[in-house]
Design a protein around this ligand. Structure first.
Ligand code: FES
Length: 136
């Protein structure tokens, strides 16, 4: 089922200073999850979907980076992505890219820009397993 859609309004994401102490910030928009990572004075945002299996990248809230804090790392099979362009440089989806989220900046405040397409909601294996149990 393809349930992609267009984001029809701008949504506040965060102030740059909110990301001084943590790795990233997550946001849920109608079941589609995105995250943003700060690098220097810029924010890079992606939909939280690993190109390998189409599942969320993280297991822990707001944790998306490798031990060195220099690359985005998928928790499932360890794929590594560049922060500034989302390209996978190692792992099972090498050469693929994370889907970027368009942001609008107003001084130090960032917003998820309106009028951009949102991906289909990611596969939720837990919900799927519970639904399967109820069917049986
Ligand atoms: S699901 Fe991300 S590397 Fe496999």
């Amino acid at each position: 089922m393809n349930n992609s859609s267009i984001l029809d309004r701008e949504i506040p994401l965060c102030n740059l200073d909110d990301l001084e102490k943590r790795q990233a910030i997550e946001l849920d928009i109608n079941g589609r999850r995105l995250f943003a990572v700060r690098q220097e004075d810029q924010l890079y945002a992606y939909w939280n979907i690993c190109p390998h299996l189409g599942i969320p990248l993280n297991w822990m809230p707001d944790r998306f980076l490798d031990l060195e804090g220099t690359l985005i790392q998928c928790s499932s099979h360890g794929a590594l992505f560049q922060i500034d362009d989302g390209e996978c440089i190692a792992g099972p989806c090498s050469g693929d890219r994370l889907m970027s989220v368009v942001l609008r900046r107003e001084e130090r405040m960032f917003y998820v820009a309106a009028n951009q397409s949102m991906p289909a909601a990611p596969i939720n294996l837990r919900e799927q397993a519970l639904a399967d149990l109820e069917d049986n």
